[in-house]
Ligand binder design. Structure first.
Ligand code: ZN
Length: 85
């Protein structure tokens, strides 16, 4: 796991048939480095955007067991607006 990756989402713990399960859903962003220099449609600034890969994942005991919904985004470094590539 990369130190710059972030996770948000709920983590849940439950007892199912006496077996303790710790699982969670989250959306992860993986930093892919600098993106294109472009004018932002939201804040109007022209700057270098950051390119990220976003995906949803399901974890059991903090180990990812499924990933889906993968897409690449570029994010404005000033206001955080995201554009799907
Ligand atoms: Zn912006």
């Amino acid at each position: 796991m990369r130190p710059d990756s972030t996770a948000d989402g709920d983590r849940s713990a439950t007892y199912a048939g006496g077996v303790f399960l710790l699982f969670g859903f989250g959306t992860k962003h993986e930093d892919l480095g600098p993106g294109a220099v472009r004018a932002c449609p939201r804040c109007g600034n022209t700057s270098q955007w950051a390119r990220v890969r976003q995906f949803r994942q399901f974890t059991v005991f903090f180990v990812p067991v499924a990933r889906w919904g993968r897409r690449q985004l570029e994010i404005c470094g000033i206001c955080g607006a995201a554009v799907e590539l």
